[in-house]
Ligand binder design. Structure first.
Ligand code: PLP
Length: 400
């Protein structure tokens, strides 16, 4: 009989993927389903990026590469960190892996020993706690709720730090809330970290380029240069360049850490896809003006969704600074009954009943460690979003 490892037994499958699959199954069965569960831009990969990939194939750049990235891509990443984040790295401080997910996983595998603690603000991206568990560490979940606009306070961070803390995982703009920390808000956290020199910072900046209303994106190593020697600044091509399927993530950090992460890859995935690496060189070095155009479209959709959800009875929705998610509260629906007589006991019943009765797929908040909320991805056409929000309005109005 098959027996999974003890490490795997600590972990659950990704709940966002499960929710997306449930919607897919209903759609395949002929139901009219609007899926707002996906964590990827609905835009296409830019044409000039695709052309670079096609050229790479034609030029035979289709073999193994250096384990943690080709020199051209590392140079493009060095330039990107300088240009966007005022961070200076040598190429020996840069790593490239198959997706931001792999960068994070390599960092945790390379550093965690049993009992090492990793501070994760909740709501969190679903993979952080499970990745920590899989790699033998201990997730320490710290609540950052609606009362602080889903942002961790300095006091809460201070309280969570122990002598066993290895990493603090920081994610701004956030998946699932879209909340992004201002320079001052980051400074409040880095001031705490300065007092605890054994704590390293893993900054997940995947949504850096998706911010609205003139928001100024900053990252911990930039705000507090004294943390440079213990910060891994993670980013990637997936969200900014609509390249989720290409699997390119990257990071800048201290050379010994970067070298340790390359060792992990050399014995696991080897290099990221050669073709995707050449495409990413084009993405990073090319004209970035399409980012602003896409953000304008995202911003209009955010405003549409926030307005329509706040017009729904029993729903409250904050206006986030970035990413393409909103994280409304469904607290007002808890204890109410659907016309079929089902009692909404949790955000999980809320989203499953919403899917069943109105065909709208969203992800329940418990999956991200903060209830009762649900995540809506607005990376979809405005017409579809309008339809979905009308259905949510009809659903919450039908509760008694
Ligand atoms: N970090 C966050 C916060 C994300 O939302 C995601 C993707 O959903 C990732 C990392 C992983 O990105 P990638 O697709 O490049 O592995």
């Amino acid at each position: 009989t098959f027996t999974p490892s003890a490490a795997l037994s600590r972990v659950k499958p990704s709940p966002t993927m499960a929710a997306t699959q449930a919607a897919r199954d209903l759609k395949a069965a002929g139901r009219d389903i609007i899926s707002l569960g996906a964590g990827e831009p609905d835009f296409d990969t830019p044409e000039f990026v695709k052309e670079a990939a096609i050229a790479a194939i034609r030029d035979g750049k289709t073999k193994y590469t250096a384990v943690d990235g080709i020199a051209e891509l590392k140079q493009a990443i060095v330039a990107k960190f300088k240009r966007d984040n005022d961070l200076s790295y040598e190429t020996s401080q840069i790593t490239v892996a198959p997706g931001g997910k792999a960068v994070l996983y390599n960092a945790l595998v390379a550093t965690l020993n049993p009992g090492d603690e990793v501070i994760i603000p909740a709501p969190y991206w679903v993979s952080y706690p499970d990745m920590v568990l899989l790699t033998g560490g201990k997730p320490v979940i710290v609540s950052a709720g609606a009362d602080t606009n889903f942002k961790l306070t300095a006091e809460a961070l201070e309280r969570a730090i122990t002598p066993n803390t290895k990493w603090f995982i920081f994610n701004s703009p956030s998946n699932p809330t879209g909340a992004a920390y201002s320079r001052e808000e980051i400074k409040a956290l880095t001031d705490v970290l300065l007092r605890h020199p054994h704590v390293w910072v893993l900054s997940d900046d995947m949504y850096e380029h998706i911010v609205y209303d003139g928001f100024e994106f900053t990252t911990p190593a930039q705000v507090e240069p004294s943390l440079y020697d213990r910060t891994l600044t993670v980013n990637g091509a997936s969200k900014a360049y609509a390249m989720t399927g290409w699997r390119i993530g990257f990071a800048g950090g201290p050379a010994p850490l970067i070298k340790a992460m390359a060792k992990v890859m050399s014995q696991s995935t080897s290099n990221p896809c050669s073709i995707s690496q050449y495409a990413s060189v084009a993405a990073l070095n090319g004209d970035q003006s399409f980012l602003a155009e896409r953000n304008q479209a995202f911003k209009e959709r955010r405003d549409l969704v926030v307005d329509m959800l706040n017009d729904a009875e029993r729903i409250e929705c904050a206006t986030p600074e970035g990413a393409f998610y909103v994280y409304p509260s469904c607290a007002g629906t808890i204890g109410k009954k659907t016309p079929e007589g089902v009692v909404i006991e949790s955000d999980e019943t809320f989203t499953s009943e919403l899917l069943k009765t109105e065909g709208v797929a969203a992800v329940f908040g418990a999956a991200f460690g903060l209830s009762p909320f649900f995540r809506v991805s607005y990376a979809a056409a405005s017409e579809e979003l309008r339809d979905a929000c009308s259905r949510i309005q009809r659903f919450t109005a039908s509760l008694t």
